[in-house]
Design a protein around this ligand. Sequence first.
Ligand code: M6R
Length: 607
Amino acid sequence: MCGIIGIIGKDAVAEKLLAALRRLEYRGYDSAGIATLVDGGIERRRAEGKLDNLEKRLAREPIAGRTGIGHTRWATHGVPNEKNAHPHATDRVAVVHNGIIENFQDLSEELVAAGRRLASDTDTEVVAHLITRYLEEGDEPARATKRALARLEGAFALGIVFAGRDDLMIAARRGSPLAIGIGAGEMYLGSDALALAPLTNKILYLEDGDWAVMTSKGVTVYDAEGREIRRKVRKTAVSGAAVGKGGYRHFMLKEIYEQPQVIGDTLHSFVNPATRAVTLPEFPFDPAKATRITLIACGTSFYACLVAKYWLERLARVPVEVDIASEFRYRGADMPEGGLAVFISQSGETADTLAALRYANKQRQHTLSIVNVPESTIARESEAVLPTNAGPEVGVASTKAFTTQLTVLACLTLAIGRARGAITPDAEARLVGALTEVPARAAEVLNHDERLREIAEEVAKARDVLYLGRGTSYAIAMEGALKLKEISYIHAEGYAAGEMKHGPIALIDEGVPVIVIAPSDELFAKTASNIAEVMARGGRVIFLSDAKGVQRLGWQAAATVQLPEVDPFVAPILYAIPVQLLAYHTAVIKGTDVDRPRNLAKSVTVE
Ligand code: M6R
């Protein structure tokens, strides 16, 4: 959840550390800090709140040093203030940490009893003190670190520097991701390839349990058993240049507007427009032979699973379970042999999704991941990977990752359905045709931006908002509600329209906007009845539908957005866009920090 960076450089590193933290800020922004090695000692600058505060602090109090570490925090233990900001340090050691040290209470009691004074309320500070203690006992940095690591329980990615040892940095990984970058006479460590992108494209990923000793000349990696081990150096395609707002006010808006392009890029990998057929890469197993498919993810990615459940059951005629990763991983469910488990994650690092993947691997399922970061841990630990080619998604609210996940899942549905004989070649050609039209239709949906901004004026006044839909639109209703609450802080619920009369209809009054997602599909008439029930009770309906739907019902709604008429198969991909824009404009009107909403982080690498 936090972002960490480390550089053994040739010249002053403070600015480079700060720039890397900018690329990592999506992982947390409760506080930030850097530590560098200067004149045999450790210098630190830390600041509460967003990175801008650290930048101002550094402008007032610059910091020298060619070796340093940096951190941007999403608070777990200890409130977000300067005292709890990383790096944590003693006079000999400075540490940055992503993860949770679960036994920190026991360790801090032990350290305090031994006469050490801890300055923060964090779980991290014990690491610096533990290593210092072993250094004081006469250990070299590597041995002192190894001994300290053996005492730690929990999940961590650590970057450690040592006073007076400008050409040394130690990295360790258990649970939380960590990459090491190799430069020309420089070495780097970072939470992900994006952090390192402008510094180097030569990266190796530490595996779980690994720790590494880095100098400007290279890196030696040890595995959990302490054996020296080689980890493959990869050339990463991640470009630091891609990460800018490109003239948009917010990353989220830019990412919403990128959707026609990135959906097209994603389709391009799997669809042949000439033959109107889907071709997936070779898997080490046949997904069409799966006796059952289990789709697992968190947050927005979970709603992509929910859409896919409807598709796979309906079109590919395969039994499907969907599960929230944090629930699934602890349920101890038996997964019958012959099953396929699919994991969906933008980041590919979400701790619960990763744990669920490991569980499925142990249950001898075939595993497939659909990720946006092909070098991520989830991708590396899955048997097969289907990438979403969305490009870096920086806004905390997931937008283009969601619609590209749906695009991949649509292709997977068609491939499995065809192989199982449930989808005829003609039907495949028709559905592929509908898919290939999505980029153009998505561009048309974006033309409704201004209308959605007008509607957002009303939504922004509400305290509660309901989203309703049936079938795949039910999943989009939940996604719309999640988008709204996470960036505008307005309470919102997504409901299956048919469930209204089983309870939630009691909430309806003129102060609760009800956003109905209703493409004209075979469930439209049912949704129309639910809309009538809402309006009969004074509810103000904001109606998202197509020309047919608007003709039938639009006149009754308080506000209407008429979206392009498309095959119901692809409707969820397109209807995701207006709910994103509605949430975006509502948040802008309310003046929240759209890209970095309170209490959240982009990548959830802790449980
Ligand atoms: O990286 P992942 O797709 O695994 O992330 C899952 C969720 O944390 C993520 O979708 C989250 O719900 C977003 N903030 C939603 O906009």
